[in-house]
Design a protein around this ligand. Structure first.
Ligand SMILES: *Cc1c(COP(=O)(O)O)cnc(C)c1O
Ligand SMILES: [Zn+2]
Length: 405
């Protein structure tokens, strides 16, 4: 492509490459990031456009609009959470509710960009390694784009996530092992068969989709930068991409200096390699057997873990973890205060937010954005475990009146 707007650049040694089907640096094996030649952009450029993340087309790595495969994801609500704020002691709390995307998680953002890129590169099949949500997001975009889709996932995922991906027509390969096992197999199959594995060999483009979580929040806050962000971490790709997104907004002059924001990471106790490293001031040590109710965050060997640590240092952030019972409590707290029903990954965000406020790391008058990345309907088994099961009663007004107090 002669007039390409984008290049790939090694995150480590900064070597540049033409945009192509590659994702690691030849020289140093570092990951490749997309680098742009941005046109003149102002807030007016985006105002009035379609309410999906493709409104930011100029800032996404697709050269030709006809290659876009969209199922209408993005531009999800940024909710001013007054009730939850009151409960936690925050005056300006916002929830970025990404649980209401078309496949009910934020993964529609990276998957949509990667599957579109697969079309642009002329690939004939796509796939992913998934902790559950990416399977559905990739499969839905593949269905829309007419691609076969191969999903590699650990065998113990929530039934709703498997049902959803199968319904979109994915070839679902359930592996007797962890996410890291599934990831390794997906990488081998992708390379040997030339399949576009969205989060592996298309990763450079994939992560670009998640940047729109920064663009939207900034636009929804009238281009102001929040003081604190709380982001759940699995592989760490989303947290990194959100930082890149804010930096690009500053670069094109849409927002002021972003260096004052605080980027905070949240992980479940049963799989918290990045939080452990942050708290012990050490390298990321992989967790061999993740054990957590937050299955979408059960990535023992996070690909972008060390970059998350860099981001936390760069943006004066903290990292904390929540155990299963804290996660489930936080799901109910969010549901009962704001009417937003999230899966355990969102419970991790809310629970860690609560801790950071209690520890005095976030102040009452800070503007805070808490990212809710997946929907509660995807994990009803685990959430039901802490709810009372309704007793089935006869349709007798006398008996029923007694329980309506
Ligand atoms: C995948 C996922 C995450 C973590 O994203 P990473 O980019 O892997 O850090 C968070 N929340 C939900 C609901 C997810 O599906
Ligand atoms: Zn390099």
């Amino acid at each position: 492509m002669i007039l390409a707007r984008t290049k790939l650049q090694c995150r480590e040694c900064k070597k540049e490459y033409e945009s192509s089907f590659r994702y690691v640096c030849d020289e140093c094996f570092g990951p490749l990031d997309v680098k742009y030649d941005f046109p003149q952009i102002s807030a007016q450029t985006f105002a009035g456009r379609e309410k999906t993340y493709w409104r930011y087309f100029e800032m996404l790595p697709i050269e030709d609009k006809t290659n876009i495969i969209s199922i209408g994801a993005g531009m999800t609500p940024l909710v001013r959470a007054e009730n939850l704020g009151k409960e936690l002691g925050l005056d300006k709390l916002y929830i970025k509710n990404d649980s209401v995307n078309p496949t009910f998680s934020f993964k529609d953002r990276p998957a949509g960009v990667a599957v579109s890129k697969a079309r642009e590169l002329g690939l004939s099949a796509v796939g992913c390694a998934s902790t559950g949500n990416l399977a559905s997001a990739t499969a839905a975009h593949a269905a829309r784009g007419g691609f076969p889709c191969h999903v590699f996932a650990p065998g113990d995922l929530e039934m709703a996530k498997i049902t959803q991906a199968l319904s979109y027509g994915a070839n679902y390969i359930a592996i007797n092992g962890t996410y890291d096992d599934a990831n390794r197999i997906a990488a081998q199959v992708g390379d040997s068969r030339g399949i576009g594995i969205v989060n592996i060999n298309l990763r450079s483009h994939y992560v670009e989709g998640s940047k729109t979580l920064a663009y939207e929040v900034a636009e929804q806050l009238d281009w102001q930068i929040p003081d604190h962000l709380v982001v759940p971490v699995g592989s760490g790709a989303m947290l990194n991409a959100i930082c890149k997104g804010f930096e690009e907004l500053e670069q094109i002059g849409l927002t002021s200096d972003v260096s004052g924001m605080h980027m905070n990471a949240a992980q479940p106790r049963g799989c918290a390699p990045v939080v452990d490293a942050f708290q012990n001031n050490s390298k990321v040590i992989p967790v061999e057997h993740p054990d957590t109710v937050a299955k979408s965050l059960a990535i023992g060997d996070p690909g972008d873990g060390r970059y998350v640590l860099k981001r936390l240092a760069q943006y004066n952030g903290y990292a904390d973890m929540a155990n299963d019972s804290e996660i489930l409590d936080a799901i109910l707290l969010l549901a009962r205060t704001e009417g937003i029903f999230t899966e355990p990954a969102g419970g991790v965000s809310v629970s860690v937010l609560k801790k950071l406020v209690e520890q005095g790391k976030i102040a009452r008058d800070d503007t805070v954005v808490c990212y809710i990345t997946g929907n509660g309907l995807k994990a009803t088994e685990s959430i039901m475990s802490v709810l009372p099961k309704p007793e089935i009663m006869q349709a007798d007004i006398g008996k029923i009146s007694a329980v309506v107090k």
